[in-house]
Design a protein around this ligand. Structure first.
Ligand code: NI
Length: 136
């Protein structure tokens, strides 16, 4: 893909803030940081649309609560086509980490994440909203 150079006018104050921001993030130059910010905005927009997206749901829960484990499983089966992979990690005697990779409708992915997170006994749940790789 061709790289285009273009000039951007920006207030010094804002640029200083940007430089401090990218310094903290370990970016080696402004261009890559700028590209990432644009992609982040485009991906956010994708999640508001209807096109296919990809992401990951992570859950932390206590597997001794059998009813909870069954509920998590039932919901995942209901969204079977959306889930492309799931990994279960035993963190310690009580706690489990589950990582569920999803690809498909953004609305469905958010619904699945909400349904799983809202189950009583789930200690923490996140949805990492990423892209299926197209359109950015
Ligand atoms: Ni486990």
């Amino acid at each position: 893909m061709a790289l285009i150079r273009f000039g951007v006018s920006i207030e010094k104050d804002l640029l200083d803030k940007f430089d401090r921001f990218i310094g903290g993030k370990k970016y080696t130059n402004r261009s890559e940081a700028f590209r990432d910010l644009i992609r982040q905005e485009l991906i956010q927009k994708q999640w508001e649309g209807k096109d296919e997206v990809a992401g990951a749901i992570t859950l932390i829960y206590n597997h001794h609560k059998r009813e909870l484990v069954n509920k998590l499983m039932d919901i995942q089966h209901d969204f079977g086509r959306l889930i492309i992979s799931a990994q279960h990690i035993h963190l310690d005697h009580n706690n489990c980490l589950e990582i569920i990779a999803v690809k498909g409708s953004p609305l469905q992915a958010q619904k699945l994440a909400d349904n799983l997170k809202s189950i009583k006994g789930v200690k923490h749940g996140t949805l990492s909203m990423s892209t299926a790789g197209t359109g950015i």
